[in-house]
Ligand binder design. Structure first.
Ligand SMILES: Nc1nc2c(ncn2[C@@H]2O[C@H](COP(=O)(O)OP(=O)(O)OP(=O)(O)O)[C@@H](O)[C@H]2O)c(=O)[nH]1
Ligand SMILES: [Mg+2]
Length: 303
């Protein structure tokens, strides 16, 4: 994603976080009150307690070792540290070398799953990977239609059944069809659910099993969509969700127009799951692989 665009999308978060930090440290001496002030900014901008504690602990050490001498050294140090911390061990999509790669997309209601699927499909087809989508959200009347409209717009095949059909049956059809046509990536849309909805979590497990039976190793990725506007609350939900499903990566959606994007900075400390993609708008081009340096640069340079 162009840096200027990312910077625009992150402007509110940037003001809440980087802007306040910058104003705070300017010309300050390093003392306990400075660390307290920084902590307050971090916590109130959705960076979360654990990530804030970890960052401040490391900053205090850096000050002791002479890496941070004055308030003016704080921002460059934080930028560097956040970038290192956020750089994931793995990025991009995992790939199945022996057939279609299956990507299951899950998350709470309205988090941005279906939109993110369209964006991901668009991103992949722009890179010459063939895609197919499966409408396994058979629960909500409009859900299948929504995915159908996206698939028509993008010119990619969709596997669907009537509303109310068994989502695992749709997954079965889709896996079969993806294998027969030998598409590169099958992306599976699912209904929004909470970790507390036992039946729905079982249904997700069933979709998983069916996919794996048709295509070895599937799903190769289970991406959870985290709504950026929910900040720390969304993170809590994600943590719970993970206890019930094997999540391999996150898509953080809706980073545009929220001041709570600081949540991205806490994912490493709170979840240790790689952020693979970010969503920054409602059109299918508002999407990019997560790049730690780009993210931190945009965050600090937008303020
Ligand atoms: N501003 C903005 N809006 C987004 C983004 N991603 C999704 N949305 C909007 O969020 C709303 C919900 O998106 P969906 O993709 O339908 O979410 P979902 O998780 O599939 O919802 P359910 O299937 O009902 O659980 C829609 O109005 C989207 O246009 C984003 O990155 N930025
Ligand atoms: Mg949906």
């Amino acid at each position: 994603m162009a840096l200027a665009k990312l910077r625009d999308s992150l402007r509110k978060t940037s003001r809440a976080l980087a802007g306040r930090l910058k104003a705070l440290v300017k010309g300050r001496r390093i003392d306990a009150s400075l660390w307290d002030d920084i902590e307050e900014v971090l916590i109130t901008s959705d960076v979360g307690v654990e990530a804030s504690d970890a960052l401040l602990g490391a900053a205090r050490d850096a000050a002791k070792h002479g890496e941070i001498l004055t308030g003016d050294d704080v921002i460059p140090w934080i930028r560097k540290r956040m970038t290192e911390r956020l750089t994931p061990r793995e990025s991009g999509l995992r790939q199945n070398p022996d057939g279609p790669t299956v990507v299951l997309v899950a998350g709470v209601n309205g988090s941005g799953k279906t939109t993110s699927i369209a964006k991901l499909a668009r991103w992949l087809t722009a890179r010459d990977r063939t895609c197919m989508v499966a409408a396994c959200d058979t629960f909500r009347a409009a859900a299948v239609d929504q995915l159908t409209i996206w698939s028509e717009r993008l010119g990619i095949p969709i596997v669907r059944q009537a509303q109310g059909a068994d989502p695992a049956a749709v997954a079965f059809d889709a896996a079969e069809s993806a294998a027969a046509r030998n598409v590169d990536v099958l992306i599976v849309d699912t209904a929004g659910r909470l970790h507390t909805q036992k039946n729905l979590m079982e249904e997700l497990a069933k979709i998983n099993r069916v996919l794996g039976r048709k295509i070895p190793g599937a799903p190769h990725e289970t991406l959870l969509v985290l709504d950026g506007t929910a900040g720390q609350n969304g993170l809590m939900q994600t943590r719970r969700f993970r206890e019930h499903a094997a999540v391999t990566g996150l898509i953080v959606s809706k980073l545009d127009g929220t001041a709570k994007g600081g949540v991205v900075l806490s994912i490493k400390d709170e979840l240790d799951v790689p952020v693979k993609f970010i969503g920054t708008g409602e059109t299918y081009d508002d999407f990019a692989p997560f790049d730690a340096k780009e993210f931190v640069d945009a965050l600090f340079d937008a303020a």
